[in-house]
Design a binder for this molecule. Structure first.
Ligand SMILES: Cc1cc2nc3c(=O)[nH]c(=O)nc-3n(C[C@H](O)[C@H](O)[C@H](O)COP(=O)(O)OP(=O)(O)OC[C@H]3O[C@@H](n4cnc5c(N)ncnc54)[C@H](O)[C@@H]3O)c2cc1C
Length: 434
């Protein structure tokens, strides 16, 4: 298990679950005189609150943390700690008692909001249910007629109301608010977490470093378009397989929320850097991208991604098997360009009939005939017997597999590959939902 995940992932779990609440727990338990069982009930409330502040911090997607553990892991911790916080908060709510209406009501309303928040996010914002149960996916697709992604994000922000209520709940408990050291540290935690979020939401998007300019926006098939963007002069280095969150703050008719897309191509020269995104126009935001024109400003948050770190950490003798579904090929094109000259590389692309030429320009530039690259283009998903026929024993036993596509397709592919003998620690994926 330790081999499958980086050590930094375990350290992040320990930092959030143990180190974060520790100072407040120490101060509270040394200042408050009460029985151990009553102190434990107070501790449960404090632990839940600090965990919620921790996940607010995580929602600002710190790039240094992405490079250490990856954004999907960060989202997983965000969701899982949210669930654990609710469990601990439930223990606190069920076992504590107060005669004061304001203490009781602030605590209870916050708890109801937390229950609603976890249930809503598990269904509408995470893949926990919909990626695994087709019936849940069908239901979500139906409900998304009204509960669009952006609306769900706003509903998720009710968690800030919950945090505000818990803050008030603590301030109005006389026995706690009289412990000055506790209140000071408690308030510092709150200000740092919410302040970081406010900075991330309102100040950082206007930074020069994060903006670029649209050079070209072309429709390459009925449901796919490519955006060609010039990056700002101070933008961070882009690695093969990276992705950005894009938003178009000044384009009328395009939502201001940011959405993730992988870099298909990077063109570098001394004076400028240009990147290309290949985008499936499937929902409200992606369909509205037809309104984006040459010269429009684009905000780019990122780059994020760990593919390059993982691949470069393997030996050069490890064969690389890259499996892309539809526009899931996007990050794999640049990985192929970077590694196919130094490593045995096998690029496998499954697609729909109407998507056959969407990557023509990029695939032509890979010069497949002249290189040692193995390439398969396959209408509809690869099945067990396709993999049996196309993969060599060396690839199955020693290969690094990178799979990118819709979450359900990725999970199914991983199941098939594992059944063929590919070790789970050699399977790395990117699911095109968060
Ligand atoms: C790491 C990553 C890389 C991606 N790369 C590409 C790519 O190169 N090309 C491509 O076509 N698609 C890519 N996607 C998928 C793309 O982000 C979604 O298809 C797009 O955001 C859908 O937005 P929509 O409003 O058009 O569709 P909707 O119908 O509103 O959304 C469809 C689904 O997309 C997901 N989604 C929507 N908005 C967001 C958001 N702001 N953040 C995270 N997930 C969201 C949700 O799961 C939602 O259920 C990538 C996704 C991820 C997570």
């Amino acid at each position: 298990m330790l081999k499958k995940h980086p050590l930094s992932l375990y350290l992040v779990w320990i930092a959030i679950l143990v180190l974060l609440p520790l100072p407040l727990i120490i101060i509270l338990n040394s200042a408050l005189v009460d029985s151990p069982s009553r102190l434990a009930i107070y501790d449960a409330g404090v632990i839940a609150y600090t965990w919620w502040l921790g996940i607010v911090f995580l929602s600002t997607r710190p790039r240094w943390l992405d490079r250490l553990i990856g954004l999907p892991a960060m989202y997983f911790i965000h969701g899982m700690v949210g669930v654990l916080a609710l469990v601990v908060a439930t223990i606190h709510v069920q076992l504590s008692f107060s005669m004061h209406a304001i203490i009781r009501n602030t605590g209870h309303i916050a708890w109801y909001l937390a229950i609603f928040g976890v249930l809503y996010a598990s269904f509408f914002l995470s893949g926990w249910l919909v990626d695994r149960f087709p019936i849940a996916q069908k239901l979500k697709n139906k409900l998304q007629f009204f509960f669009k992604y952006q609306l769900s994000i706003w509903i998720h922000r009710l968690n800030f109301v919950m945090i505000g209520l818990i803050w008030l709940h603590v301030q109005v408990i006389p026995r706690i608010s009289s412990i000055t050291a506790f209140v000071v540290v408690f308030d510092i935690y709150t200000v740092v977490s919410l302040g970081t979020y406010a900075w991330y939401k309102f100040v950082s998007p206007s930074s020069e470093k994060r903006s670029g300019q649209v050079l070209c926006n072309s429709q390459v098939s009925d449901h796919v378009r490519q955006l060609h963007i010039q990056l700002g002069p101070d933008s961070a280095k882009v690695l093969p397989g990276d992705f950005y969150f894009l938003s178009f703050p000044k384009v009328a008719g395009v939502s201001k929320e940011s959405h993730p897309f992988s870099v298909t191509d990077i063109q570098k020269s001394k004076s400028k850097r240009e990147i290309t995104f290949t985008i499936q126009t499937s929902g409200d935001f992606t369909k509205s991208l037809s309104r984006v024109s040459e010269g429009d400003r684009v905000n780019l948050e990122g780059p994020f991604g760990r593919f390059d770190k993982i691949i470069s950490g393997d030996s050069d003798k490890t064969p690389l098997v890259l499996i892309g579904m539809g526009t899931g090929l996007a990050p794999l094109v640049d990985i192929t360009r970077a590694y196919s000259k130094i490593r045995a590389t096998h690029l496998m692309w499954s697609l729909h009939e109407e998507e056959t030429d969407i990557f023509d320009e990029q695939l032509a530039s890979l010069n497949i005939q002249a290189s040692k690259l193995k390439f398969e283009k396959h209408l509809h998903r690869f099945k067990l017997d396709d993999y049996q026929n196309l993969l060599t024993q060396t690839e199955i036993k020693r290969g690094r597999f990178i799979i990118v596509g819709p979450a359900r397709g990725v999970l199914e592919t991983e199941k098939i590959l594992h059944s063929l003998g590919v070790s789970r620690s050699h399977l790395t994926d990117e699911r095109l939902t968060m």
